[in-house]
Design a protein around this ligand. Sequence first.
Ligand SMILES: NC(=O)c1ccc[n+]([C@@H]2O[C@H](COP(=O)([O-])OP(=O)(O)OC[C@H]3O[C@@H](n4cnc5c(N)ncnc54)[C@H](OP(=O)(O)O)[C@@H]3O)[C@@H](O)[C@H]2O)c1
Length: 325
Amino acid sequence: MRAALYKQLGSIENIVVEDIASPSAMAGEVVVSVKAAGIAFPDVLTAQGKYQYKPELPFSPGYEFAGVVKEVGEGVTQFKPGDGVLGRGHQGCREELAVNAKQVWKIPAGMDFGVAAGFGMNYATTYHALKDRAEIKPGETLLVLGASGGVGLAAVELGKMIGARVIACASTREKLDTCARFGADELVNYESQDLRAEIKRITGGRGVDVCYDPVGDKYAEPAVRSMAWGGRYLVIGFAAGEIPKIPLNLVLLKGCALVGVFWGDFARREPEKGYRNTEELIRLVAEGKLKPLISAKYPLERTGEALADLLTRKVQGKVVVTVRH
Ligand SMILES: NC(=O)c1ccc[n+]([C@@H]2O[C@H](COP(=O)([O-])OP(=O)(O)OC[C@H]3O[C@@H](n4cnc5c(N)ncnc54)[C@H](OP(=O)(O)O)[C@@H]3O)[C@@H](O)[C@H]2O)c1
């Protein structure tokens, strides 16, 4: 079977496509014939050797995937060959994948495999962040940085679904238009406008109740300075590179909280809650209440290009690799 692989860490240019042996299902596992794999910023960081998780090599990108169950291992009763599934666990960019059955969910018949492969991680991270960590309430103001990106657009859509007033920030007009299509109430171009002044204007000087920050770097401090009394600042990631250093007096003065979000560890430490969250999200997508944006599809041979487009800020929503037709 074919697989996109990196054999050494350091650069996304190290990705090659090669034939490797097919897996078989061990006890508690399913083998999935992969149709599509979702690519996200953690894939870029992993390939560069900058992610908190250092994989054993060779390794395939694609932290999430969708496909059809080919084989079930001993003890697996909830799936059978032919079931359409989505899953997490690593290495989606290979034609067959053996994964723990607890990291796999059934998908409704007819759900597009690209969509199924592309919403799980972003929406589950964001659902956990907004619901479990920030405990956001209808009517609160939600500031989203990097709002047209993978997790960012999920925050815009889920924030609106929960009833928040959403202020979306991005770097271009085109990206902001996408945020508006997903329901954002207010738009700020944080490259050409003064982020703090704009938030002050939009909130009448009150500040925001919740900030969702997957970007970090120079964008973080003005956002912390824009928190309302009792606000919650969600630390999601650092796509812009630098991990910001925030003066803690700001947190004191605003009576606000800096709240860490680490979806992967949450799902490991609280597997049942994590599993239920994803089941709920699958239902919301199937009912058409959430409409995740898959902005580009790449064939397996061009997996490296998908990562390069993320790295150079060309992507909106999610990109997926089509592994098998
Ligand atoms: N905490 C968790 O559990 C968790 C889970 C998933 C992802 N993450 C993290 O969340 C972050 C975003 O992931 P994602 O998959 O949503 O990425 P993405 O789709 O590439 O979105 C990142 C956004 O950041 C903005 N950005 C600003 N400066 C950038 C730069 N120098 N390079 C790239 N992007 C830049 C871009 O928007 P503009 O051009 O509009 O600025 C882009 O839309 C990553 O750090 C990832 O590791 C965390």
